[in-house]
Ligand binder design. Structure first.
Ligand SMILES: *Cc1c(COP(=O)(O)O)cnc(C)c1O
Length: 340
């Protein structure tokens, strides 16, 4: 079997990289698209799950980071920096390590899932915990890079969107022209913007259904949210950087951006784990929560983007799960424990 090819090699003719450009890759992309039978039955449409948690660092951010870090190397940068709710930090740290660049990640205090923090640290990035929220962090790093030769690898970096649009290419490859709708969680709104770009490049226009958490739903409210709050920490963002482009994509695709509550997100999270065998992180489950809440909107074939792996945030899983069953080491006790 040949080695898994990364997305720059795979889609080079549609990406801004020439044959001699440096490529920093870990075989990102080519993620599974699995049919979701229990979910399909509940919503009365055929539903597939795009498992973006199976990227190298466990989230779709690797698609964009592969391109952003490759471009940073081409430009001669020595360091990359990002503001992050967690997954961008984990991905930037990993790709920076691989490229031999220094990495710095700025995360909001107390709001980053354990797995993501561990990743950023283990890859050797400088992890700065800001006494402020994600929006403060992004504003500050944008100012900082104006004064220093450091590449900013947030989704304000166009290479991020270039890499992330390849997920749309894969959906078209897998489902052909028969995709009617895409359900996707929305935070900084880079990913939905990237999907739309990818679909447009292939002359496809599925309806885009974006979902924000109720406590962090600026696009739904039509105004920034000063203190965003939600269990879905990856989308705890009050002032999305790609606001205008994302809204234009929802309108052009005859889609919609709507809100789901934390309780609805966690119900969808448990449903996916217990009925589909798929463990995603809470933010990812917002796509399925929205589909369950608002229905298929007349679409017959729908893909839900599960943006990150459930192991990113073990604490949320443990807080919600049932407890373990203690057992004495004898057969009768084991029978009671297993069958009782
Ligand atoms: C970053 C992220 C999102 C949101 O993507 P945006 O491009 O910020 O809208 C959703 N889910 C997960 C797991 C993420 O890491």
């Amino acid at each position: 079997m040949s080695a898994r090819v990364g997305l720059i090699e795979r889609f080079r003719e549609r990406l801004p990289f020439g044959p001699d450009d440096p490529v920093v890759s870990m075989g990102e992309g080519s993620t599974p698209l699995v049919e979701a039978r229990a979910l399909s039955e509940r919503v009365g449409a055929r539903v597939w799950l795009k498992l973006e948690g199976l990227n190298p660092t466990g989230s779709f951010k690797d698609r964009g980071m592969c391109c952003a870090v490759s471009a940073a190397v081409r430009e001669g940068s020595e360091a990359v920096i990002c503001a992050s709710t967690g997954n961008t930090a984990a991905s930037a740290a990993a790709y920076a390590a691989r490229a031999g660049l220094r990495g710095a990640v700025i995360v909001p205090e107390g709001k980053i899932a354990t797995g993501k923090l561990a990743q950023a640290l283990v890859h050797g990035a400088r992890v700065v915990v800001l006494h402020g929220n994600f929006d403060d962090a992004l504003r500050l790093v944008r100012e900082l890079v104006e004064h220093h030769p450091i590449s900013l690898v947030n989704s304000v970096n166009d290479y991020r969107l270039e890499g992330q649009k390849t997920a749309a290419f894969e959906l078209v490859e897998n489902l052909g022209g028969d995709l009617d709708g895409l359900c996707i969680p929305v935070g900084n709104a880079g990913n939905v913007t990237a999907y739309w770009k990818g679909f447009q490049e292939l002359d496809r226009s599925p309806r885009l259904f974006g979902f924000q958490a109720e406590g962090a739903a600026p696009l739904v409210l039509g105004a920034p949210v000063a203190q965003p709050e939600t269990v879905a920490s990856a989308i705890r963002i009050g002032n999305p950087a790609r606001w205008e482009e994302a809204m234009a994509a929802f309108t052009a695709s005859r889609g919609e951006v709507r809100a789901v509550s934390d309780a609805e997100i966690l119900d969808a999270y448990a449903f996916l784990a217990q009925r589909e065998g798929v463990f995603c992180e809470p933010a990812s489950a917002a796509s399925v929560a929205g589909l369950l809440k608002y229905g298929a909107g007349g679409c017959e074939r729908i893909a839900c983007v599960l943006t990150g792996h459930g192991l990113k945030d073990p604490q949320t899983a443990l807080d919600r799960a049932g407890g373990v069953i203690p057992c004495e080491p004898d057969l009768a006790a084991l029978e009671r424990a297993v069958l009782g």
